[in-house]
Write a protein that binds this ligand. Sequence first.
Ligand SMILES: NC(=O)c1ccc[n+]([C@@H]2O[C@H](COP(=O)([O-])OP(=O)(O)OC[C@H]3O[C@@H](n4cnc5c(N)ncnc54)[C@H](OP(=O)(O)O)[C@@H]3O)[C@@H](O)[C@H]2O)c1
Length: 506
Amino acid sequence: MVTKGTEMSALRNPGTNPETSVSEFYNGKTVFITGGTGFMGKVLLEKLLRACSGVSKIYLLIRPKRGQDAQQRLQELLCSPLFDPLRKERPNDLGKVLPIQGDITQPELAISPSDRALLTRSVNIVFHSAATVKFDEKLKLSVTINMLGTQRLIELCKRMDNLECLVHVSTAYCNCDRSEVKEVVYPPPIGPDQITSLVDTLDEDLVDSLTTKLVGKRPNTYTFTKALAECWLKDNKGDFPLVIVRPSIVLSSINGPLQGWVDNWNGPTGNYGLCGSSARSIIAAAGKGLFRSMLCDPDKTADIVPVDMVINLMLVAAWRAGTTKSKELKIYNCCTGQRRPITWKKFIGLCFKYMRKNPLSEVTWYPDGTVTISRTLNTINRYLLQWLPAYIMDSVVCMVRIQDKLNKAATCLEYFTTQEWRFEDENVRQLVTTLSEADSAEFSFDVAKIDWENYIENYVLGIRKFIFKEDAATLPKARKQVSRLYWIYRIIQVISVMCLWHFFNA
Ligand SMILES: NC(=O)c1ccc[n+]([C@@H]2O[C@H](COP(=O)([O-])OP(=O)(O)OC[C@H]3O[C@@H](n4cnc5c(N)ncnc54)[C@H](OP(=O)(O)O)[C@@H]3O)[C@@H](O)[C@H]2O)c1
């Protein structure tokens, strides 16, 4: 979908380091990743191993979870289908990945003294992706993970002997209180240190009661604490190159090795409920015919970016900072709105189109739906098209509970689907020009080349394959079921119109 090379690469900047390609830069390097078990972290890990085969070691910070220690979680992670191609081609390379047990909410990241010594001695590049992406996380926890976690990581980075670059993953929406967002750090309404002392001294209930006031014009604790982290980083960065990458809404991969890859049900896409991944969970539910109406301005831009483009940008940004050794804080708004915009109407329309062409097996109802900017119409549609059928079906399956979760996820998204932002991406455009032709093919993040039709079809197929684990062989049967549902759907629509006509003319 993204053609090899770009016209832009012909205009390479004089500052380019032609003797070191991106993959060569990682030769012999030791990389430390936080958030490696998450949606984006997995793609980063896979790409590093596959495209930068000379990388020496990759340490992943992993917290113990659900009775599994870091080692067990790493083994499970490497069993993900994402690593299948690599496992076939270069199985030994998976041995370069080593777990570091820790937790960013704890002092010293809860990393053992021996592991800390190992990291400070050997790490060259750090990618900080760990965060809570729950929009409505309690403020205390959100501050602890997103801001204090970042602070703790920086303290560790400052002790690293050979650190060449730190890439911090933020979000384009951390400044969603302004309509135009440049690639600079804006001060939040309240400083990071004040917030730290507030959450340290006040008990959780009191912090909860103050949350709306504290987050100010931002819609949730997530965007607020990501902004605080950026602000703290700007004022306290160490003596090493620091890069902040700000993606907008991150969806499935656009290119190989697995086009359309999205996280599985155990990840953030699951449970129809985690707000940070609401877009992905809602689309999955729409494919089942469970989600049919959304409050959104159809003509506003849906700023969606493929996960592998974000990862490529991160890898290239580290290369650029590491090779130029520039100490200037660089920020990259990794977004599509300026150069390859797609409206919500087009995005949702294409999702439904391809969900009908490539339906899931066992759909609950014919996949179709509407978007509207009218809150009243949206409420009526939700009641008629989602809640009423859910109540009717609830004796068979827990539809009401699912609708309740979907409703929460959709509400979290409303702020973002009813407005649009202008994310300036001058630094990203410049970075594209520094790449050689070979590097821009391997590490493409030139969003101008995205073919949305093709991308969204693969996205829908990815949901089918990687989330619902459905084999392509089940497609013909699923298509037959959807075509039957289509006729039932149309008949019900005709009967409803006739009943309404009869009611108003009686
Ligand atoms: N996805 C998007 O649409 C999007 C958009 C813009 C920016 N971002 C940013 O991109 C980054 C990655 O997002 P994502 O979608 O990959 O999120 P994700 O799938 O929820 O992953 C979050 C990662 O953070 C880790 N983490 C959370 N709390 C931790 C703790 N206390 N100690 C250690 N690790 C912890 C998680 O580990 P566990 O596996 O142990 O939970 C997981 O690996 C985040 O910084 C996010 O703000 C994401």
